[in-house]
Design a protein. Structure first.
Length: 127
């Protein structure tokens, strides 16, 4: 499944709108129901108003009515491995558990798998 998620993230990255940073990113989410949602970063001239790839994928997932992430995959064109930014880590925690695998990729595939809890050990929770 890791390879399938990587391919989805890589395909999404190809559609990145990143004219300002020139830093394309792709993400793919596998849900508990077995569906894959992917997204790319979408920049805006008002720089902080852009969307990260993970946010784009989450938007598709939630719009489709799903709420449980089973696995996460992130790739970037210009890094050997990339992790979700702090804001995306918090967004992902909303729909995943600390044990959810996060696959970090280079241009060829998964290079490391960590858990969401490792990436954000003290997430903000209301419950």
């Amino acid at each position: 499944m890791k390879d399938t998620l990587f391919q989805a993230a890589r395909a999404a990255m190809a559609n990145s709108h990143s004219p300002y940073s020139k830093f394309p990113v792709g993400a793919a989410l596998l849900t508990a129901a077995g569906n894959i949602y992917h997204g790319c970063n979408i920049e805006n001239a008002s720089y902080p108003e852009g969307w990260c790839a993970e946010t784009s994928a989450l938007s598709q997932m939630v719009t489709a009515g799903e709420r449980k992430i089973a696995e996460i995959c992130v790739t970037a064109e210009k890094m050997d491995r990339i992790t979700p930014c702090g804001g995306c880590r918090q967004r992902l925690v909303e729909f995943a558990t600390p044990d959810t695998p996060v696959h970090l990729c280079d241009q060829n595939g998964v290079v490391e798998t960590v858990t969401l809890g490792n990436l954000l050990p003290t997430s903000f929770k209301l419950d």
